[in-house]
Design a protein around this ligand. Structure first.
Ligand code: PLP
Length: 415
């Protein structure tokens, strides 16, 4: 099964399901983020299938990319995921409360003074500098226990990870590597979303050269995008994040390179009202959109304060010559595309619904801003960013509703 970016039959069915569920909800939430936990679980299973014999972990940093780790992590654990990655100690402690026994790695590594709390909670830092390794080893010696940790080695991204001379120094320092238990050696690809990038092969070669020095320790190189590179890249463990949540890491630039995942996030906002705008009149801040004909404008109750990006605005005047239909963001109602009209405000978005005529949305109706009919990747491109940033920017003001898992139609904050 492959997910493409045209509204597919499956997509429409899911959109209708989301809208049907919405009708059964109180008609008062201005913004509803529906998170399909069954889709997240199905995505993990699909990626685990691609990984073959390699273990498929789950990256749940940044509150599971904005979806809510408290809901997502138990569902992934129930699907069979045994290893989780977060970015920070606080995130690790929160995830530890959800899953007492699974492995949890902290990607940002060890900040000064964190070792005790990590050992106590049985979470493992991904050690990426010699200082971190020395601090971890020292604390392990003090408690006389070889605490488990991952090692991050740099193969060309120059961001985090031990450089080859640091690995030499680590191996040469008496008792250092023996003071703790390396459970994983990992590195990260800089250009995994571009299979033609020559850096990929250079990084893999460097990685395979270096992991030989850690015999018996498992290796991990790829995240979501790297799953498209093939079995040879998967080593012992793969670490997808974004794709679990329905994201296509290759964006839309390199279609049809797609992972077999389905959208898990739908964002809808309620119509406040619909008004007529005469030809020549403008809409919104900066008078940035002018009606080329008599138009109907629907104003909806979402804005950049909810995480809908202001840079997705359809401000024609500020970008003369831009092909509006091609690059602007759009919303959808009953499967029809609705272009944005003018700037995204803090709490409001205006949509051109003229073409829908008497089928236009009415006060209180829900309009889709991201979901099966409006792919995350297209909104991201229109906003000049990536879907990762959109998901992780969704604000807490927006109501999250969970479906699937064992939590049918449940609202966030209730149990
Ligand atoms: C965030 C992250 C991942 C997950 O990346 P996705 O592209 O979301 O799959 C994997 N490994 C590291 C080191 C990361 O920082």
């Amino acid at each position: 099964m492959s997910h493409n970016h045209e509204p597919s039959a499956l997509g429409s069915a899911r959109a209708e399901a989301a809208i049907t569920t919405a009708k059964t909800r109180p008609a008062s939430d201005p913004v509803i983020i529906t998170i399909d936990l069954d889709a997240v679980a199905a995505n993990w299973r699909a990626l685990a299938g691609l990984a073959g014999l390699a273990e498929c972990a789950a990256v749940v940093k940044a509150d599971a990319y904005g979806l809510g780790a408290a809901r997502v992590v138990p569902v992934l654990a129930a699907a069979g995921c045994r290893t989780f990655f977060v970015a920070t100690l606080d995130e690790a402690l929160a995830v530890r409360r959800l899953i007492p026994a699974h492995r949890i790695y902290v990607l940002d590594g060890l900040l000064p003074g964190q070792a005790g709390a990590m050992l106590e909670a049985n979470v493992e830092p991904v050690l990426g500098t010699l200082e971190e390794v020395r601090e971890w080893a020292a604390v392990c010696r003090t408690i006389q226990r070889r605490g488990p940790a991952a090692l991050n080695i740099d193969t060309g991204m120059n961001r985090t990870g031990l450089e080859p001379p640091e690995i030499d120094a680590m191996m040469a320092e008496p008792g250092l590597i023996d003071a703790f238990e390396p459970t994983l050696v990992m590195s990260h690809l800089a250009c995994a979303d571009d299979p033609a990038a020559r850096l990929n092969g250079r990084q893999r070669e460097a990685f395979e050269g270096l992991i030989r020095r850690f015999s018996g320790v498992r290796g991990s190189l790829v995240a979501s995008a790297g799953l498209l590179l093939g079995r040879d890249w998967m080593h012992d463990l793969v670490r997808p994040g974004y794709a679990l949540y329905g994201g296509q890491p290759s964006g839309i630039a390199r279609l049809p390179m797609t992972l077999p995942v389905v959208p898990a996030v739908t964002i809808e906002a309620r119509v406040i009202g619909v008004r007529d705008v005469e030809r020549g009149e403008s809409v919104g801040y900066g008078a940035a959109w002018t009606a080329a004909r008599r138009s109907q404008i629907a104003t909806i109750a979402i804005g950049y304060a909810d995480g809908y990006p202001r840079s997705a605005s359809n401000a024609v005047r500020e970008t003369p010559g831009r092909a509006t239909d091609d690059l602007s963001a759009y919303a959808a109602f009953c499967g029809k595309r609705l272009p944005l009209a003018g700037h995204v405000s803090m709490d409001l978005v205006t949509l051109d619904v003229t073409d829908l005529a008497d089928k236009a949305p009415k006060r209180g109706d829900l309009v889709e801003l991201i979901g099966p009919n409006v792919p995350l990747e297209e909104v991201a491109r229109a906003a000049g960013t990536i879907g990762y940033e959109l998901l992780t920017s969704l604000s807490r003001r927006a109501q999250r509703i969970y479906c699937g898992g064992s939590q049918k139609g449940e609202r966030d904050g209730q149990s």
